[in-house]
Structure formats: structure tokens, C-alpha cells
Design a protein around this ligand. Structure first.
Ligand SMILES: Nc1nc2c(c(=O)[nH]1)N[C@H]1C(S)=C(S)[C@@H](COP(=O)(O)O)O[C@H]1N2
Ligand SMILES: [Mo]
Length: 337
């Protein structure tokens, strides 16, 4: 069976996180959540916005991002009683196999990704197909901050303040035809800047592909993100445009998107193609349906360590049942994992 041959590939890691990664970290949570401490302010943001995440570094964001930021609606649909994961952890413990399979590889290697200029193609079953420069693609949308849990299928989780806009707003713009039943997303393919695409790690048939049913994509929780922690997305987190679907396992939240297609058939997604018995199309977070090789009943909330394992119970739909459970009435979630 395929998965036995390709051990290193699988979207799993040992249960013990290297403690050195976390033991030395300052705990920034109190300060960042309350937004009280104002550190070095990046020149591009208003003092108030920068004060939300005072310890976050930023390069020089693109002009379109700076222009949109002041009108951003902060803190919508927010996880209120759980600490935000420190920026350092959210940007140095990543899955982005285009840049390598170790958690530190994306931070180490994604600097080579060129995100400006960037274009996005919208095609398939839409009334208004097109190819857009990112700044034009973004024009119709107002940005919102959404503080969401992110639960990886590997049983770790974080809480991340994203900046983005609902996919429903995009669908309104592009006018899906009556044949459109799914939305399919594609990541950039560029072996020159993405070492994972040219390594011997040939398991993934690049580019990375993900998809949603159209009604899932219409759910207000599903967003396309262009930023996090009050700044633009770091490359390792999927700059300049990524999907965030917080009630599904993290692998659905595809990074560095270059193509969005409305399609009539369920798209064949990357992890499903690698091991369909382990990673399904739906990938809804579900504590009662275990991965064949580990339990999904619990998760490690990062940052954690050997001494502070920070283990918590996994919630159905990652805690978003109220918003999304009705999408799946009548569907056997054990079969449609
Ligand atoms: N193109 C692409 N998108 C991807 C991945 C990837 O390897 N390639 N990994 C996925 C997985 S498994 C997870 S858990 C999340 C991690 O997002 P983060 O690194 O911003 O926390 O990105 C998802 N999106
Ligand atoms: Mo993941």
C-alpha cells in the first residue's frame, strides 16, 4: 500500500514536539490579546492597529494592503476565551510542503517566494472569468479580522487572527453558473522558488489542490486571507492569498493560491490523492472519527512542551457546530471523513 512505502511523506509527526522550540519562548498572550502594550510601531499601520499585535514584525506591505487596512473590521467572529498563539509559533511551526516537510522548513525557505507581482485566475463555471493582478482582484473586498482556531489533522492546534474576506463575496462577483457545484483552488507551481517541488519528494503531484462544496464555500466562516496578526501574510503562511476554513482540518486551508475554479465535479484534492483512506474530501474536524493511525479526540494547543503539554479535547467541527453543522444533515460523517 502506498502509504507504507512513503513514510516520511505523511501528514503526521511524532506526538512529542521538540521542547527546545517552546521552552524558551516568552509568553506574549496576555499582551497581544488585550492589545494594550504598544511596542515598536510599524510605520505603515495606525497606532491603534499596530498596538493589537505589538511584537509582530513586518516587512513593507504592498500598497493595496496598506490602503485597505484602515477600513478593516477588527475582531469579527472571534474566539474570545482562548489565547491567541504567539506570532513566533504561528510563523515557525508550519506545514507548507512546497518548502520542505519539516515544521521549520517553510520559515527557513519561503523567503524565496516572490509574491509581487501576483496574479489570480478565476475560471470554470462562472459568468465572469478573468485573470487579475492581486491588487485588482482585491478591489471589491473589505477586509475583516477573524480570530479562528486552526486544527491540523496531525492533532495540534493554534488560534490565529486572520485578515481576509468571505468567499461568498468573491462568488457574488464572479457569478457562478448553475453548473457550478464545487470550488477548486490551486497553489502556485514554481520549482525554482519552491524546493519541495523539485526534491526527490515526488509523492505530491504538484500543484497542491483543494476544494469545497459550493454551499461550504458560501458559509460566512469560510474566508480568503491576505493577512494575519494585523499585517500581511508571511510567505510561510501562504502569502499573498490563502484559504481559511476553520471547521476543517488544516490541510484544506490551501496556501499561495493562483487559481480559483468553479467546477461541476468534486475536485481531486492533494491529500486525498496521496492516501484517500486517511484524508478525505470533507476533512471536517471530528473528535469521534479517528485517523487510522492516531486519535482525533484530543489535540495539543501550541505552544506546548513536555512539561506543559497543553492538551485539550477536540471539539466537533473545531467548535463551529452552530455555524456549520446544518451543511451536513443527512451525511454519514464516518464515511465522509
Ligand atoms: N499549498 C499548500 N497549502 C497548505 C499546505 C501545504 O503543504 N501546501 N499544508 C496545509 C496544512 S497540512 C496545514 S495544517 C496548514 C498550515 O497552515 P499554517 O502553516 O499557516 O499554520 O496549511 C495547509 N495548506
Ligand atoms: Mo495539517
Amino acid at each position: 500500500m502506498l502509504i507504507k512505502i512513503v513514510k516520511t511523506s505523511d501528514c503526521h509527526e511524532p506526538d512529542v514536539t521538540p521542547e527546545s522550540l517552546y521552552l524558551s519562548r516568552r509568553n506574549l498572550l496576555g499582551a497581544t490579546v488585550a492589545g494594550l502594550a504598544v511596542g515598536a510601531l510599524p510605520g505603515w499601520a495606525s497606532a491603534e492597529d499596530a498596538g493589537r499585535y505589538p511584537d509582530v514584525e513586518s516587512g513593507k506591505p504592498p500598497a493595496w494592503f496598506i490602503e485597505k487596512l484602515p477600513a478593516t473590521q477588527w475582531g469579527a467572529m472571534t474566539v474570545k476565551d482562548e489565547a491567541i498563539t504567539p506570532f513566533k509559533d504561528a510563523t515557525h511551526y508550519n506545514n507548507f510542503y512546497e518548502f520542505g516537510t519539516d515544521k521549520g522548513d517553510p520559515a527557513a525557505n519561503a523567503g524565496a517566494l516572490k509574491t509581487e507581482p501576483w496574479s489570480v485566475v478565476v475560471d470554470g463555471e462562472v459568468g465572469k472569468p478573468g485573470r487579475y493582478a492581486l491588487e485588482d482582484f482585491m478591489k471589491p473586498y473589505q477586509l475583516e479580522e477573524r480570530i479562528y482556531r486552526l486544527r491540523c489533522v496531525e492533532a495540534w492546534s493554534m488560534v490565529i487572527p486572520w485578515i481576509g474576506f468571505p468567499i461568498s463575496a468573491l462568488l457574488k462577483q464572479v457569478e457562478p453558473t448553475s453548473k457550478a457545484k464545487f470550488i477548486r483552488f490551486e497553489t502556485l507551481q514554481d520549482p525554482q522558488s519552491m524546493p519541495g517541488q523539485r526534491s526527490g519528494f515526488a509523492l505530491i503531484d504538484w500543484p497542491y489542490i483543494e476544494g469545497l462544496r459550493l454551499d461550504e464555500a458560501m458559509n460566512p466562516l469560510a474566508i480568503l486571507a491576505v493577512g494575519m496578526y494585523g499585517r500581511e501574510l508571511p510567505n510561510q503562511n501562504g502569502a499573498p492569498l490563502r484559504l481559511v476554513v476553520p471547521w476543517k482540518y488544516g490541510f484544506k486551508s490551501i496556501k499561495s493560491i493562483v487559481r480559483i475554479s468553479l467546477v461541476s465535479e468534486q475536485p481531486k484534492t492533494t491529500w486525498q490523492s496521496i492516501a484517500a483512506d486517511e484524508y478525505g474530501f470533507y476533512a471536517n474536524v471530528n473528535p469521534t472519527v479517528d485517523h487510522p493511525r492516531w486519535t482525533q479526540a484530543r489535540e495539543r494547543r501550541l505552544p506546548n512542551s513536555l512539561f506543559k503539554p497543553n492538551v485539550r479535547d477536540t471539539q466537533m467541527f473545531n467548535g463551529y457546530s452552530e455555524e456549520v453543522a446544518s451543511l451536513y444533515t443527512g451525511l454519514d460523517l464516518r464515511k465522509n471523513y
